[in-house]
Design a protein around this ligand. Structure first.
Ligand code: CA
Ligand code: CA
Length: 169
């Protein structure tokens, strides 16, 4: 089947129209892990210049890319992005240096999609632990005063080096 130049133009226009309405701008927020449910991360309406009064009619909502887990909500009364579930950086990102969650703000009438990149910062919420609960050290009664006795290193799950315990690796 032959494709006319006008059909190609329509297709290009359609793709451009969709790209404008499906990704009008990305937002980035950075906040510490383990914040309480209901904590405010930022104000999406203000940052995207959206009319708060239309958020309800436009069915504003936060979707998670590729996951059913729901960590964030939008408060349609004021446009705040709020935390709706526990965000444990260690559970979400483990040893990764950067922990970014990708979410989407969806609006209808007309359809609009904005990507949200949410950077979860590490906090010092894990105590160092040794592999064994009990460590036995044989010390001679003739040990010199001030002698040192090395023990195995301890580990903690926090990623930020400034939170690591001394001697931990
Ligand atoms: Ca944590
Ligand atoms: Ca942590």
């Amino acid at each position: 089947m032959a494709i006319t130049s006008s059909a190609v133009q329509c297709l290009v226009c359609g793709v451009l129209f969709l790209s404008v309405h499906l990704a009008e701008g990305d937002l980035r927020y950075s906040f510490p892990e383990e914040m309480r449910r209901g904590s405010v991360v930022g104000n999406i309406a203000k940052d995207l210049s959206l009319e708060v009064s239309k958020l309800s009619a436009r069915k504003a909502r936060i979707d998670t890319e590729g996951s059913d887990k729901h960590y964030f909500d939008i408060d349609i009364r004021n446009g705040d992005l709020v935390i709706s579930d526990r965000l444990d950086r260690e559970g979400l990102c483990g040893d990764k240096a950067s922990c970014v969650l990708k979410q989407e703000l969806m609006l209808e009438n007309p359809l609009e999609l904005h990507r949200l990149n949410l950077h979860v910062q590490d906090i010092n919420d894990n105590a160092p632990q040794f592999n064994k609960e009990l460590i036995l050290i044989d010390i001679s009664e003739n040990a010199a005063k001030g002698a040192r006795f090395p023990i195995e290193e301890a580990h903690d799950a926090d990623r930020d080096d400034s939170y690591k315990c001394l001697g931990c690796k």
